[in-house]
Design a protein. Structure first.
Length: 170
């Protein structure tokens, strides 16, 4: 006859294991050398590189729309859709790369939230003004330009700079 395991004993063992894991520090403070090595292994991606790539994709998309569609209004609509992503992205990149946003961790978090709000507000305002600013607006073409440029964020993750070798400056 097999003896059934004691559920209370199992819970007690799991609880003890969880307490041991919780006692371990959640993070480790890096030394200057460890931080340098980490930055060398995982270089950051400039937001300006993403914005330039979005602008280039928007311009190429507008040219393709003009040649394929044969109408300038379609090309202007695609270009305006791209601008609804690129111009707010420029504002966000400018704000996030300023000295003020890098003073402290708290200032950086507040700056990010502020500039993200500005970016969203400018994008919405530009979309609301589209019928007045773009003659013979084609909403499907505008949305194509908008979506293509927004997808550039995903592609930018693939374009991360390659790790540098040798000593780096902090």
């Amino acid at each position: 006859m097999a003896i059934a395991p004691d559920p209370l004993a199992e819970r007690t063992q799991r609880w003890a294991k969880w307490e041991d894991e919780a006692a371990e520090p959640a993070h480790k403070t890096l030394t200057r050398e460890e931080a340098r090595a980490l930055r060398a292994r995982q270089p950051s991606l400039s937001p300006w590189r993403v914005v330039v790539a979005q602008a280039a994709l928007g311009a190429v998309s507008a040219l393709v729309a003009w040649f394929v569609g044969g109408k300038a209004a379609v090309a202007w609509s695609v270009l305006y859709g791209a601008a609804c992503v690129v111009l707010p992205g420029v504002l966000m990149a400018r704000g996030m790369t300023s000295r003020l946003s890098s003073l402290s961790l708290g200032a950086s978090a507040v700056s990010f939230m502020l500039w993200e709000s500005v970016k969203i507000a400018v994008s919405v305002a530009m979309l609301a003004l589209a019928p007045k600013l773009v003659p013979a607006l084609s909403w499907p073409a505008l949305l194509v330009g908008l979506v293509l440029c927004m997808q550039m964020y995903w592609l930018a993750l693939l374009w991360r700079p390659s790790p540098r070798s040798g000593p780096t400056k902090v």
